[in-house]
Ligand binder design. Structure first.
Ligand SMILES: C[S@@+](CC[C@H](N)C(=O)[O-])C[C@H]1O[C@@H](n2cnc3c(N)ncnc32)[C@H](O)[C@@H]1O
Length: 281
């Protein structure tokens, strides 16, 4: 039990988590509009108990907490630095209907039949065993409880990923991550999401196609944006982990060349494709 999701814990509670805390403003600017699409899928009365899965620095937990003043929102995550940031922000905002807990949603015990809603903004694609994780999530929901999350579609529809992998592969002879392996694109295949949710006890599953432009690294120069990009993406950092500094510098220059068509005064403006997934227990 102890040794599940080890790589993810190392990334999110290590250097990756620190970078996400440091770049929280830019990441929230990028992800807020997409998280909104999944929040819009919730039917809120204001009294619900809500689980925010892989809540990270807590932007969505706190946003939802403001909407359920008579309810409760619990954010869970494996990243200690990100949860520290979330806890501090909740306290600064004097929001007392939220709390944050270090939990691996796949393996750790969660309260049974407790939540009305399980929500996630890009926090459900990192499980070694998503079937086990979604069964755990299902058990934590009351009967008729709602599930709503947003995740990425295929990398070819999200060029920030496909172009960066193309660049790295020009320099490093590395296998691409296996399809469905834990990472941002584990849920690219709609039928796989359907299979996981059905087997985990969900019904009324809807998987909607959402395509919109996103701003990455708002206000940053092309060089800064590319430098940040190379540290924030778990797939890319894994591919680069053994590369010497000179090689990383060459990869950075090549990435700047590839991404420059997408750079403007706002930062990097990329098309994106996500799945907005809703279901019921
Ligand atoms: C892409 S980040 C998204 C963070 C946040 N939801 C947001 O939108 O800013 C993915 C999050 O999932 C968390 N995560 C990964 N595996 C997890 C697991 N097994 N249990 C709980 N959280 C997990 C990571 O620590 C990270 O905070």
């Amino acid at each position: 039990m102890e040794d599940k999701n080890i790589k993810q814990k190392q990334f999110w509670s290590g250097a990756g988590g620190d970078v996400w805390v440091d770049k929280q403003r830019e990441m929230d600017i990028m992800l807020n509009p997409l998280g909104e699409r999944a929040i819009q899928g919730l039917d809120l009365s204001g009294e619900e108990k809500i689980l925010d899965i892989g809540c990270g620095c807590g932007a969505t937990t706190l946003e939802i907490a403001k909407a359920v003043t008579q309810g409760e929102v619990i954010g869970v995550d494996i990243s200690e630095p990100m949860l520290e940031r979330a806890t501090k922000t909740a306290s600064d905002m004097m929001l007392n209907n939220t709390s944050f807990q270090v939990k691996d949603v796949q393996v750790d015990e969660m309260p049974r039949s407790y939540f009305d809603i399980a929500f996630s903004r890009f926090g459900v694609m990192f499980f070694e065993d998503p079937f086990e994780a979604f069964k755990n999530i299902n058990h934590s929901l009351k009967d008729n409880g709602q599930l709503s999350f947003v995740c990425w579609q295929h990398a070819s529809l999200n060029p920030w990923q496909s172009l960066s992998i193309q660049v790295i592969k020009e320099f490093l002879d590395l296998p691409a991550p296996a399809p469905k392996s834990p990472g941002p694109f584990a849920f690219e295949d709609k039928s796989y999401i359907n299979e996981i949710l059905t087997e985990s006890g969900f019904r009324d599953i809807e998987i909607k196609d959402n395509q919109e432009d996103i701003v990455m690294f708002s206000g940053k120069s092309i060089r800064e944006a590319c430098e940040d990009y190379l540290t924030i993406n778990p797939v890319v950092t894994e591919m680069l982990k053994n590369s010497p500094t000179e090689l990383r510098e060459e990869i950075l220059e090549a990435l700047i060349g590839k991404f420059s068509d997408f750079h403007n005064n706002e930062g990097l403006l990329f098309p994106s494709a996500t799945w907005i997934v809703t279901a019921k227990k």
